[in-house]
Design a protein around this ligand. Sequence first.
Ligand SMILES: [Zn+2]
Length: 215
Amino acid sequence: MIFSGGLDSTTLLYELQAAGHEVAALAVNYGQRHGRELLCAKAICQNVNVELTTLELPELAQVFGDNSLSDANAKVPTGTYEQDSMQQTTVPNRNMILLSLATGWAISNNYQAVAFGAHSGEYTPYPDCRPEFAAAMDEATQLCDWQPIRILAPFVNWSKSDIVRRGSELNVPFEETWSCYVGGEKHCGRCGTCLDRKLAFEKSGINDPTPYETE
Ligand SMILES: [Zn+2]
């Protein structure tokens, strides 16, 4: 599975294990502005005895260009996701690139499927998180090698609050997951993804254990 140490992919990891799958995790450093989430990824995988492979590909930032997740000069937008700030935090074609890398890794290791944590949003979803995108990638990866590899996106029709609810049932250690774009000591509490995380806890009625810099 593609693993980032975030709330969604951590819940996905627990979900796959609960379903009885043998899980291995692939994290990709594609030049994110901070390594905070990758440190979280390591700790979470150690806790549940899942093997974590980390690909160091910071040069991918050159492919992804001018957006606030991988460009150190871009400003992280604050406030909830609106069309403009969504576009500023869109890493172009990230999921196809990551799925493509993960599919190669899965074939080399004789894994049968690649799972990723795409979900639908309260707002317009990222284009590469839509169900149609996941279905098209699934079809393509079944044709890319002699053995068919499946793409699994079990949360693709879920909202983030559905994921929080399921994560709570699975005893996901939410406090160990990382969402914030800024990457300080604590979650900043102001960027789009922090607000999204807070809102998901609020809506699901689950207690949010995340320490934020601002409430
Ligand atoms: Zn933040």
